[in-house]
Design a protein around this ligand. Sequence first.
Ligand code: ADP
Ligand code: MG
Length: 651
Amino acid sequence: MTTDVHPNANEAEAAAGADQSAAKTQSFEADVARLLQLMVHSVYSDRDIFVRELVSNAADACEKLRYESLARPDLSEGGAPFAITIAVDPDAKTLTFSDNGVGMSRGDLAEGLGTIAKSGTRAFLDRLSAAESEKEGANLIGQFGIGFYSAFMVADQVVVETRRAGSNEAWRWSSDGKGAYTIAPLSLEAAPQRGSKVVLHLNDSSHEYAEAYRLERIVREHSGAVAVPIDLIEKPGAEPRRIADGAALWAKSKSEVKPEEYAEFYRGLSGQFDEPALTIHYRAEGRHEYTVLAFVPGSRPFDLFDPARKGRNKLYVRRVLISQDTEVLPGWLRFVRLVVDSADLPLNVSREMIQESPVFAAIKKGVANRIVQELTKLADSQEDGDKEKFAKIWENFGAVIKEGLYEDPERRDALFKLARFATSTHPKVERTLADYVKDLRENQTAIFYLTGDDSKRLETSPQLEGFRARGVEVLLLSDPVDAFWVSTAAGYEGKPFKSVTQGAADIKTIPLVEGAKSTAGEAPSAEVATLFAFFKQTLGEEIGEVRASDRLTDSLACLVAPEFGPDRQLEKMLAAHGRLGTRAKPILEVNAGHPLVVSLAKRYKEQSDKSLIEDAAWLVFDEARLMEGETPVDAQAFAGRLRRLMEKALA
Ligand code: ADP
Ligand code: MG
């Protein structure tokens, strides 16, 4: 950190007649410097975006003061109504964004415009460096709220003059964006009464932004739906002209709003640059009155699974922004972006009190219900295109929505109607539980599922063989949340969920499909039963028991979990999170009709040297582990056994 006096700051102070010793030049926080470097030189190609960022900061500042004035009306008394003014000077090649919002104190300046005070910045920078396309990089910028620095894409000098509402100090911040900034006091005569003025000295390659018509087009395109009016001054001395009315978009009726306006509003709200996949706009009347404008994003925000991620929901009370971080939606709807404007909450409600308010609780419930209802409508729609629309939403957010299946038991049935699955008979993610139940096989009483973390491995799992031979459909569940909800949900339409890797499969009574063979499931011969007893004796404490399998047709063996307790996948996940004391011993199920098993049984009976059979027992067990993506119990012993067997067969 340096504290020498910046030449520009000197001039400013001389002009302002302020105390020179108070001017301080400071280095940007390392992250900011790196960010500026990245942004200016590589990633951010859509430079128009700086307008949106500066307008949105100005609007935020107005909304903040509107809120603070609820408790302290003196803060905004006597001033002009909230507005943003953009002034163009085509000759001087400057652009000025002024607002009469909350302004910044010295501390606010150093923090807001000198550091990145947000969590996840490190992750952001890593992502930004790794961003494959420029579009992806641009997409990230809005999501992290580092918008102010985008000014340096078009300016080689940025000056901010600002006065915190209610304060009798004003400040001038300036920087060339190359590593340091200067903050100096500003005389009150030179300062705005309240709010901020951001002056951009356009760089040589950005002079086109000093053309008023161009700026007007960008503002209309990117900021038309901002909740504060915007005026444009085309050249020094010209009268301000209103180019955006500041009417809250959500307060308009649906028929007045064009799809592009919704899309642009969504972009401002979410910081994403795509199209919304679903727009929900309605006014609730009756016991509580409120307006909702909600969007399901068209693509996945990168931090969807970050537990620290905050929803981007704006809560207004009669057009006053009360809070941006009050959770309106349950966690499993955290991908939805929305504005709620309530007519019933008291304006002076403190942010802390909101969560306790019964009105707010009713709003929360109503909004979540409506979103589920709209999603269901889309999912059930017969109209062209809706099916794909919903499929896309499910692809992006299905894994999150499914969290609701165990977090929100009350809505479980509604969510079951939305859920789409890949199954052993329909590998595309499109089957509903209703489809599944409609196609149950004769004597089938359960909904079978297989969980794992790799959808490809699930499809080829040996555990499915016996189900395939009987034409029984199995849900293939590969999202981490799946292992949890299936184990807590009681069932669907009276059919319990049953893991195919747990307990007895109980599918013997379901008829085989034509042409399928399955010797498995028949009671093992006495010879084979003796062999299994030897297997158990050999493998000892590694397994609970060895038994004949009725789920295998071609494979030799597989592992299953005992009837009660977690299934294999859930157990693995609990263990990985240290939430499981001891793992249950798996059951080794062996295909009793497999030719290899039959001949092993025969050998066991005839040979007095059992060492080779012992090796075989371990190899069968380790192979079953390998098929599940685990490693052999003892890699060295495994290699030894394999080698001995190869020597026997090949040497
Ligand atoms: P974000 O808006 O997401 O917080 P920005 O980089 O756009 O990130 O702005 C950083 C911070 O600087 C803001 O949070 C705000 O505190 C402050 N700031 C920027 N512009 C203004 C302004 N016009 N009025 C008041 N504060 C501002
Ligand atoms: Mg901003």
